[in-house]
Ligand binder design. Sequence first.
Ligand code: NDP
Length: 446
Amino acid sequence: MNAYVSKVLEGLKARNAHESEYIQAATEIMESIAPVFDKHPEYEKAGLLDRFVEPERVIMFRVPWVDRDGNIKVNRGYRVQYNSAIGPYKGGIRLHPSVNLSILKFLGFEQVLKNSLTGLPIGGGKGGSDFDPKGKTDAEIMAFCQSFITELYRHIGADVDVPAGDIGTGAREIGYMYGQYKRITGVYEGVLTGKGLTYGGSLGRKQATGYGLCYFVKNMVEANGKSVEGKTILVSGSGNVAIYACEKITEMGGKVVAMSDSNGYIYDAEGIKLDVVKQIKEVERGRIKEYAERVPGSVYTEGCKGIWTIPCDIALPCATQNELDGDAAKTLVANGCFAVGEGANMPSTLEATEVFLKNDVLFAPGKAANAGGVATSALEMSQNSMRLSWSFEEVDEKLKGIMKGIFTKCAEAAAEYGDKPTNYVIGANIAGFLKVADAMMAQGCV
Ligand code: NDP
């Protein structure tokens, strides 16, 4: 590896020794972009990588709120404003008990490259809290969201930082956050995306990450002489990304036979009935095992990792980071899986990614394949600024074009820098990095 990149990576590991997810993401990114530094010695002189790996700002704060019994609860809130070289910070808010600084720094770092890949003027950031929305009443969710924004509002704005949804943050949470922002600032602006349609949301945003993933996967498999039609597909998770990935890939002629949540997975050889999943997950906020109670012939198995043992042609991990490890990857390969599209952020461990690349599985890394969500969020920002609303078809057409553009950039960078033209991991990291690097060089030592 390039000596300068290697030195910065070692320094990063030493300074952040306890942040395993951040180190994992940084290692993958920096190993991939190392060849760029061989070609651009001026980057080292400008200390570009030293600056690139360090978030511009990390905000950490107390979130006190009162539960249904009158008890005071305190959670920890965060916003990592990673890089604003090409636009205002943009990235989701994750509400999950596992949230910590390491996870948000990994997500923020990935977000910088992902947002760059979209071709739209958005920098990268990520935020969240260790608050667990599961089992909470609407009033408790509102109390938490209002308290969270009461601190965060001073750090965000339509031209400063525009948060969005992520795990645990859907339309309901964004609505409460937006209401509180507006109440405190008195400003009606596009400060959050993923808003409801009656107050500035974009048609197509809900579907965008899952649909965008399928557009990317279709581009990727067709560029390699294969197709989605008639293929057997696994989709992990059953949240926003998973549901709309399942919807679109089915529309494209694929057959999804399994989905999961953090407790276990369902298998339906006839093909998943998505209306049942939507009713359980979107309407009732229930568990995926209820599917097997409602659909005869389907089977529920406890334990979410087992989903990867089901034979398939294409796997779409859409749940969470590190849900697919090296052993799972080997099993998928042994069962004939020829393509993997990451709907979640970093769902494959470094070992799993290596297994896929070594075995010539077509592998679409999350920062490229799931960029449709943030791209459509940027389209929501544009509509807010213009005080306009585009139709679903207009947004979906733009999304298709953006995902095609992202795939093309990944393929071109892979062809130029990769060990093989199908190494889209290298392609995505380098294509995303070059634009940010160029902007940082132009803006001087900031
Ligand atoms: P949701 O909260 O809507 O859904 C997450 C789903 O994953 C839930 O069904 C959850 O189940 C399940 N899950 C969690 N852990 C596991 C596990 N270990 N194994 C199997 N299932 C699990 O989140 P999203 O769909 O919004 O996000 C999913 C992923 O996609 C995240 O990595 C997110 O960062 C990424 N992403 C999301 C975007 C978006 O627009 N929403 C944009 C780009 C990336 P349970 O209910 O049991 O917790």
